[in-house]
Design a protein around this ligand. Structure first.
Ligand SMILES: [Zn+2]
Length: 464
């Protein structure tokens, strides 16, 4: 916990008091916290916390030391960046030594990057067999060779990476690492060039490897997968994307919206039920909020969090596309470099065309239309939900409760409706269905439930 905003008004004079107060109120506020009275106390606490952190239910990469006295905190005040009364202590990162067996070149959305294949080693509670090598510059700078003993580090939540090689332990059999001449995904020729890092203006340049094939399937698949992830389209994983791309069914993200049922069914190991579910999920993605759409565009250095801020500021895709650097800079969390990334991205003809194609598929919510409060359309009704629907069952349960209805786990005379997910065919059988039929309880699917929740009218389920 960071702090209680109104602690002073509650009469506390110390942070510890406020933590104890929260605990009494039933919050879990200070499970691993401790009140330290001396620098020795602090040192002891840090080493204990470092030792015990593996037993915690959550990951920590350090502890925060805070001044306890609230009057003293007020006296110390804050700088523009952080309070003067708190400081973070980071634990030493975890390292392990292992052998670099080989290097694979991984095709990404923008470039081809080196990945170290390691002799498996325990690191930070997991077995690590792959680690990042960043780029060819770092490999040369650190003089890392295949066959080397290398130090691998894992800090916090980041991907493990190779810190250095043990050059003094070389046998002479080690080999230098060279960028690939052909793309590992499509076999097309690669190009090695100097480029701004991550596309960030002003950042240092680094040597990057590109596939020169504009229709490289590896790169396309990565772009589509990125889009799918950011648009939160369920049931479309990287492997399916690869199959769709290699079958020529998808050549860019918007092709997903064009997929027909028979296209999906032509893909290996695709059943009808899954195909319908995927089509449903893709269709649903057309109404994603602006924040998801902005994140899915693939603008360098604009992830989900910045996209959220941008969507808040610009409200519509049209407004966002017309954003000037000055406007972008008024968005919290958007600095000059990211603003420049955005304006450069939005000005590139290829991107303009791609956003046009995407916009044609999107269904934007009218601006300023706040979601209307849920009417108690389902009050007094009890629903039993079963079978597979196009949406998670929890979503349907929330819908029922939000509209004043009840959800029950079993069918009885008190059940108003049995909801069977639409992905179940007419031949679906279950104990709940049989019982509902014998009791004459109407059976509906999730669409019937939704229309009932919206209108309050009986959707006319089939009576058993
Ligand atoms: Zn390629």
């Amino acid at each position: 916990m960071y702090d209680i905003a109104q602690a002073r008004e509650l009469g506390f004079t110390s942070h510890w008091e406020s933590l104890e107060f929260l605990n009494r109120q039933g919050f879990v506020a200070n499970a691993p916290a401790r009140l330290c009275r001396s620098i020795e106390d602090i040192e002891e606490y840090i080493s204990t916390a470092d030792r015990l952190r593996k037993e915690l239910d959550f990951d920590i990469d350090g502890v925060v030391l805070k001044v306890d006295s609230l009057p003293l905190r007020r006296e110390l005040g804050v700088t523009t960046k952080a309070p003067r009364w708190a400081i973070a202590y980071k634990f030493a990162q975890e390292q392990a030594v292992t052998r670099l067996q080989s290097v694979v070149w991984q095709v990404g959305r923008m470039q081809i990057t080196p990945v170290a294949v390691l002799e498996p080693v325990e690191l930070g509670g997991t077995t690590v067999s792959r680690a990042s090598l960043h780029n060819i510059d770092q490999i040369r700078e650190k003089d890392i060779r295949v066959g080397d003993l290398v130090v691998v580090e894992k800090a916090g939540f980041i991907i493990p990476y190779v810190v250095e090689s043990r050059r003094d332990e070389r046998t002479g059999a080690e080999t230098e690492i060279e960028p690939p001449e052909t793309c590992p995904a499509c076999g097309g020729p690669t190009r090695v060039c100097r480029e701004r890092e991550d596309g960030v203006p002003g950042a240092g340049e680094s040597t990057v490897v590109h596939c020169t094939n504009k229709t490289c399937q590896g790169m396309l698949a990565r772009r589509v997968t990125y889009f799918v992830t950011m648009m939160e389209i369920e049931n479309v994983g990287p492997q399916l994307v690869e199959r769709l791309v290699s079958a020529g069914l998808v050549a860019e993200p918007v092709d997903l919206f064009r997929l027909r049922r028979e296209d999906l069914l032509s893909v290996e190991r695709m059943g009808e039920k899954l195909a319908d579910k995927i089509l449903y999920n893709i269709e649903k993605a057309r109404t994603r909020p602006l924040s998801k759409v902005i994140a899915a565009l693939g603008i360098p250095n604009v992830g989900a969090v910045s996209a959220e801020d941008l969507a808040h500021r610009f409200s519509t895709l049209t407004a966002f596309r017309a954003a000037t650097a000055d406007q972008l800079l008024t968005v919290s969390g958007i600095g000059e470099k990211v603003a420049q990334c955005i304006t450069e991205f939005l000005a590139a003809p290829a991107n303009i065309a791609w956003i046009d194609r995407l916009a044609a598929w999107l269904i934007e919510a009218p601006v300023g239309e706040a979601p209307s409060p849920s009417a108690p359309t389902l009050a007094g009704k009890t629903f039993v939900i079963t079978g597979e629907a196009g949406v998670p069952r929890s979503e349907l349960e929330t819908l029922v409760k939000r509209h004043g209805g009840r959800v029950s786990g079993s069918v009885s005379a008190k059940t108003s409706y049995l909801v069977i997910g639409s992905l179940e065919g007419p031949g679906y059988t279950s104990g709940k269905k049989t019982k509902a039929e014998s009791l004459g309880i109407p059976i509906i699917d999730e669409f019937g439930l939704k229309s009932m929740a919206e209108s309050g009218n009986d959707p006319g389920g089939q009576h058993g």
